[in-house]
Ligand binder design. Structure first.
Ligand code: 5GP
Length: 128
């Protein structure tokens, strides 16, 4: 499925694994869900807490999402990220959110997702 967005042609692969999770075709270990977002545990956790939050819509990346999604969905998605962090009591002692976009960032799944990491001291921001 291809979507024209402004001057940029974004291609959303509706067979990506997170699209299948959103459609209920593949199971996930759900942490939270509302009208705007789904949060679930990462299948290959990189920290004691490693949750993925995805918007309910066909968005490849943060650039795609913020250019194309309705304001209500953008707000709802980010509120869901904050809700999960609060619900898991991560504000203290702290946590990290991260969103990979494109090849340089090693984005594996072409559906926007925010990683939430917590449960230990997370070390430096980037591995050099
Ligand atoms: P990316 O590199 O795209 O930012 O991260 C993709 C993440 O999705 C990885 O951390 C990977 O472990 C996770 N992942 C890939 N396939 C699945 C799946 O089928 N279920 C779940 N829960 N996580 C997945």
């Amino acid at each position: 499925m291809e979507k024209e967005r402004g001057s940029k042609l974004m291609i959303y692969d509706s067979e990506n694994i997170f699209a299948k999770i959103l459609r209920g075709e593949i199971a996930c270990d759900k942490v939270y869900e509302d009208d705007f977002a789904l949060a679930f545990n990462d299948i290959n956790p990189q920290a004691p807490i490693h949750i993925l939050v995805i918007p309910k819509g066909d968005y490849v990346s943060m650039a795609d999402f913020t250019a194309s999604a309705p304001a209500e969905l953008i707000a709802g998605f980010f509120r869901a990220v904050g809700h999960v962090a609060r619900a898991l009591e991560l504000e203290q002692p702290g946590y990290r959110i991260l969103a990979n976009s494109g090849a340089n960032a090693h984005q594996e799944v072409p559906h926007l997702h925010i990683h939430i990491f917590g449960g230990k001291k997370l070390g430096p921001m980037l591995v050099r």
